[in-house]
Design a protein around this ligand. Structure first.
Ligand code: SF4
Ligand code: SF4
Length: 431
């Protein structure tokens, strides 16, 4: 297999295709601390793309209750177990070897799904990535175990032992919203024997060419996130298309000047947990330095948002601000060794970070650049940090301003949410 560089695991790895990179990459940040599990994003996607026959159980966007929920059921636990079986006890990180650009989370010393497949080739020679095909039953209940928490007793006895005292909760669950990660090294693409899957050079979006697909389901088997899905009525596989017409600025009601807009699931998010955008990629695959791009700022500068299961090796472009109340062992397995740092940043954000966090769901056009106008100090609050010390957070009413791809100002938000009182005499329904 050719060697490619994966910055999320901090090392080169084998991948079935030569290293090539798009000019821009679709990416997103989800703040799990804010998700309320309302499934508005899920329905926004379904009513746009997957409402037809044969797509009944197809949820390109889903929100699952962790730790027990999963769509398909147990997708991550199953693959983690398979990887551990392939490389017993050695699926570990060396976080000490971190370096900001090339390996911000250190080095993953275990096996990716590509390494594991290469080490144990299947007799039919058809597997490029370690994976499995979920059963029909596993796809049937997209929101199984909704709101089912786990407790400190389970955590102490199980693999994720350790403290679940405050500031982590004794009983916990959290909502994990998921879409296709439009990975840098997509396993779905690597596994397709028909070369029907491609990654667009202009935005890194991964698509399935329906005219080439023959429904062998190798992508379903190979995608570690199980975000390629089979449609029995057409006998082809389908997946999230990143609402590419919106990315291209083709919706005149949202993008009158043709500037890129965020996807449906992002725009619809009630909890304001989602921020989506495009990051510029250098020829060698590194992210072009752009600290005024909100995604670059949150992911690369502040490292507050982390990739989902980076150890799988596909270099996913979906990033998560981890939930503060969940035992760290569980989170570290899910998001890698950057968890402590990310939670510390989020627990007591400085004024710049707090301003940038206001951009979540403030506007439907993609923000390519932000600026901050400083405002007056408006208060102080005491914050409990992850190590249970307290810190004083100063609050300033700064204004964050977002600009679209054309450099037009598209949003302006203050840290303090303005309130408006309606004059009672002019509204008959005022109380
Ligand atoms: S998440 Fe899965 S379907 Fe999406 S690009 Fe990555 S490997 Fe392919
Ligand atoms: S719409 Fe937003 S808050 Fe609601 S479930 Fe989806 S991601 Fe979570």
């Amino acid at each position: 297999m050719p060697a490619v560089y994966n910055w999320q695991i901090g090392r080169s790895m084998g991948y079935p295709h030569e290293e090539r990179h798009p000019r821009w990459q679709f990416a997103f940040v989800f703040n799990t601390n804010r998700c309320i599990g309302c499934q508005t994003c899920t329905m926004a996607c379904k009513s746009t793309w997957t409402f037809s026959k044969g797509q009944e159980l197809m949820w390109w966007n889903n929100v699952e209750s962790k730790p027990y929920g999963g769509y398909p059921q147990h997708w991550d636990a199953k693959l983690l177990a398979m990887l551990d079986e392939a490389n017993p006890g050695k699926q570990a990180w060396d976080a000490s070897q971190n370096e900001p650009e090339q390996r911000p989370y250190g080095v993953f010393e275990g096996m990716t799904i590509f390494d594991a497949a290469e080490q144990k080739p299947r007799p039919d020679g058809m597997q490029q990535a370690l994976g499995y095909l979920p059963t029909d039953d596993e796809w049937r209940s997209p929101n199984i175990h909704e709101d089912t928490p786990t407790s400190d007793r389970v955590a102490q006895e199980g693999q994720f032992g350790g403290s679940t005292e405050l500031p982590e909760h004794k009983v916990w669950c959290f909502y994990l919203a998921r879409i296709c990660n439009h990975c840098t090294y997509p396993a779905c693409l690597a596994c397709c024997p028909r070369n029907a899957i491609y990654k667009r050079p202009e935005d890194g979006v991964v698509l399935i060419d329906q005219s080439r697909c023959r429904g062998y389901r190798k992508c379903v088997e190979g995608c570690p996130y199980k975000k390629a899905m089979y449609r029995p009525t057409t006998r082809t596989s389908e997946k999230c298309v990143a609402c590419f017409p919106r990315l291209e600025g083709k919706d005149p009601s949202i993008s009158p000047t043709g500037a890129p807009a965020e996807t449906r699931c992002m725009s619809a998010c009630v909890g304001k947990i989602r921020l989506q955008g495009l990051v510029e990629i250098d020829e060698d695959g590194t992210w072009a330095k752009d600290p005024k791009n909100p995604l670059y700022y949150l992911i690369r500068e502040r490292k507050i948002a982390l990739p989902l299961y980076p150890q799988f090796g596909t270099e996913p472009n979906g990033f998560y601000i981890p939930p503060r109340w969940v035992p760290r062992g569980y989170l570290t397995q899910m998001f890698g060794p950057g968890v402590e740092h990310a939670i510390e940043q989020y627990s007591c954000p400085d004024r710049e970070l707090l301003a940038v966090l206001q951009l979540f769901r403030a506007n439907r056009q993609i923000v390519f650049r932000f600026e901050i106008e400083r405002g007056p100090k408006i208060g102080e609050i005491e914050v409990t940090m992850p190590d249970e010390t307290t810190r004083t957070q100063e609050l300033f009413n700064d204004t964050v301003i977002g600009f679209n791809k054309l450099g037009e100002e598209v949003v302006r938000v203050t840290v303090e949410e303005p309130t408006f009182e309606r004059p009672a005499e002019s509204h008959v329904n005022s109380i």
